[in-house]
Design a protein around this ligand. Structure first.
Ligand SMILES: [Zn+2]
Length: 266
């Protein structure tokens, strides 16, 4: 179905409307997150097509479940990680996938394996990184910083653990299974999905360990990735002010998508 067909717009409106209400009820997103998710989902549904949308929803729902599970196990406020996702989270994880969907409609080759690979690379990176974070937080030991391999407190940007990598692989296997069931991908594209997702996820950790801004709270002395803590402005100790966790996610999805398209080209 082309994006010029009114029926796809009707389908998209109904499905996204229902998902928005469910997300609100289940508190998967905060209100601004829901508002941001509507255009992102709509663009992916209408321009990328229902198959692209199903992959996105797999990422969104499994990540939501994983966050719930982690909170049940270790509590909400252990690591200052948001548990209800915000609009920043939606844009960081959805912008690249939405742009690729738009591109695939206007270049007229939705079936083109390069754009499909790029889409899978972007969603694969977001999904792998999110499940890696959630499962990584359940790891019973401290993670190691990807750059120095020194042990760091849980939740430190750039910290990696075996659980985290297992979470990333699990996310990519879920996407690979779905794309196979929908007859979307060849074996080659599945290989590209796995490789680009792992590279995107690793890039996320490296950027998190290096250029992401880190702050120290003047009140409790804790190192945090948030610019405010304990209700006060925290002091930057390293990284670049503009590069927060969401910016790192966005850059990583671009790296994942570019890696996948280069692999598909060669
Ligand atoms: Zn504090």
């Amino acid at each position: 179905m082309s994006f010029l067909d009114p029926l796809i717009h009707l389908q998209a409106s109904i499905i996204i409307g229902i998902l928005a209400i469910l997300s609100y009820r289940l508190r998967l997103l905060d209100p601004r997150g829901i508002i941001a998710s509507i255009p992102v989902g709509y663009i992916i549904y209408v321009f990328g097509g229902p198959h692209y949308f199903i992959l996105l929803i797999a990422f969104y729902s499994v990540s939501g479940l994983a966050t719930r599970f982690r909170i049940k196990r270790i509590g909400v406020d252990v690591l200052d990680k948001d548990w209800i996702r915000s609009w920043r989270n939606v844009v960081a994880n959805g912008a690249t996938a939405a742009s690729i969907s738009l591109l695939s409609a206007f270049t007229g080759d939705r079936g083109s394996s390069i754009l499909l690979a790029a889409y899978l690379g972007a969603v694969g990176t977001s999904f792998a990184d999110t499940l890696a974070t959630e499962l990584g937080l359940l790891y019973p030991h401290n993670p190691r910083l990807i750059t120095s391999m020194k042990k760091v407190p849980r939740g430190t940007p750039g910290g990696v653990s075996p659980y985290g990598y297992a979470g990333g692989v699990l996310a990519l296997l879920i996407l690979a299974t779905l794309s196979t069931l929908m007859r979307l991908s060849s074996v080659r594209i599945l290989g590209i999905l796995l490789a680009s997702g792992m590279i995107g996820m690793t890039a996320d950790s490296i950027l998190g360990a290096t250029i992401q801004a880190k702050y120290r709270c003047p009140r409790c002395g804790k190192l945090t990735e948030n610019s405010t803590h304990c209700g006060e402005k925290a002091e930057k100790v390293s990284g670049t002010t503009l590069i927060d966790t969401h910016m790192v996610n966005l850059i990583s999805t671009i790296i994942g998508a570019s890696t996948a398209s280069i692999l598909a080209l060669t």
